[in-house]
Design a protein around this ligand. Structure first.
Ligand SMILES: C[S@@+](CC[C@H](N)C(=O)[O-])C[C@H]1O[C@@H](n2cnc3c(N)ncnc32)[C@H](O)[C@@H]1O
Length: 360
């Protein structure tokens, strides 16, 4: 599977769209917003730019996309007022993979521009916004172009399913699991880790070229607590999804081989693994690495149902590419029930990292 061509959040504003099912990600962003605001304030004071460049990597579409930019804009406005330095230009670049629903963002921009204009003090700065399709695992922008890079809920997505999990006949060694699980051979976790190292180092190198000295990044993504890959955090949710697929096999909805050959391009790194890559790259100073345990959402429906909708909005492009669209409703109904059953036994608390890096 070519991730760049297939993977996208469900577009538009329909019932299953990411726009309508991203409150979980919003909740996390709100929880860590103080870190974002502090980083933007510091970088503005340190760099006092004339023209400030901001990029949101993996922006997707929906309310979260513009809400983050509004927070950044307002922080810059109030900081510039405090220190009496006014940038003349505010440049915003929305990045995601090419199949992202950029149209929805573009359609919302005129209204959004009006909203930002209401917050402008002294008619400054002029606002410029545009889309930058492409993978963030590689260069996206010219040298020294950006002051601030934001990315939320993206970096746990690898550039591809690690090639090392396949044998010579191109068969997956991770049979019966979609991510690293209890019964995965050692080779599988090694291959996932290797792919993470390759991707994350390329991400760091690329951003380091694009950031000005003193520029910062605030990166929020899923991770894991310790060296063990299998835990009751993120890997457990993949295990529940695997169980839902297994039920579809027993119902004759999908073939066992289809499940055996399905693996996700996901990796939850540990603190040590992140620190190693940052140290090896060498030009980005780690200012902060905080870990959050995310509690379950109190929605109108059961937690399982809410959670299944959120996972579906993220996963359905990939799942339907492999198994076909027809299984989606049944799969996510089963998944919702299994999630509710597990939560009734014991909480599952996904681990989220917030990483703040500064270009030195
Ligand atoms: C769960 S969404 C997060 C959207 C938004 N940032 C938020 O917090 O609600 C993850 C996004 O990352 C994007 N993404 C994943 N891998 C990417 C890559 N290599 N380059 C650019 N975007 C990527 C996906 O297409 C998707 O839109």
């Amino acid at each position: 599977m070519d991730v760049e061509k297939v993977f996208h959040m469900t577009g538009g504003i329909g019932k299953t769209s990411y726009a309508k099912n991203s409150s979980l990600q919003k909740k996390v962003s709100d929880k860590v917003k103080h870190i974002l605001i502090e980083a933007v304030e510091d970088l503005y004071i340190e760099t006092t730019p004339k023209s400030i460049g901001i990029a949101d990597l993996g922006c997707s579409s929906g309310p979260n996309t513009l809400s983050i930019i509004k927070d950044i804009f307002q922080t810059i406005q109030s900081t510039s007022h405090k220190i009496r330095h006014h940038s003349t230009e505010f440049r915003v670049y929305f990045n995601d993979l090419p199949t992202n629903d950029f149209n929805s963002i573009f359609k919302a921009l005129p209204e959004f521009q009006k909203l930002l204009n209401q917050d402008r003090k002294n008619e400054f700065p002029s606002i410029f916004m545009g889309g930058y399709p492409g993978s963030f695992y590689g260069r996206l922008f010219p040298n020294c172009y950006l002051h601030f890079v934001h990315s939320s809920h993206c970096l746990h997505w690898l550039s591809r399913v690690p090639p090392g999990i396949y044998d010579e006949e191109k068969k997956s060694l991770n049979k019966g699991c979609v991510y690293i699980c209890d019964k995965s051979p050692q080779l599988v976790s090694e291959a996932y880790y290797q792919q993470f190292q390759e991707d994350f180092s390329l991400f760091l190198e690329s951003r380091s070229e694009e950031l000005v000295v003193g520029g910062k990044m605030v990166l929020t993504f899923l991770g894991r607590k310790g060296p063990q890959h299998v835990d009751r955090g993120n890997s457990f949710l993949w295990e529940i999804l695997t169980r839902a697929f297994t039920i579809l096999v027993s119902q004759g909805e999908i073939e066992e081989e289809e499940l055996d050959s399905y693996d996700v391009h996901f990796y939850a790194p540990s603190r040590e693994e992140l620190e190693d890559e940052i140290r090896k790259e060498g030009s980005l100073e780690m200012e902060k690495l905080e870990m959050f345990e995310i509690d379950k959402e109190q929605g109108r429906e059961s937690h399982g149902t809410e959670f299944a909708k959120a996972v579906r909005a993220v996963q359905e492009s990939i799942i339907s590419n492999h198994f076909g669209e027809r299984i989606l409703d049944n799969l996510f109904e089963i998944f919702a029930t299994l999630v509710d059953e597990e939560f009734a036994k014991e909480d599952i608390k996904p681990i989220t990292f917030v990483l703040v890096l500064r270009k030195v």
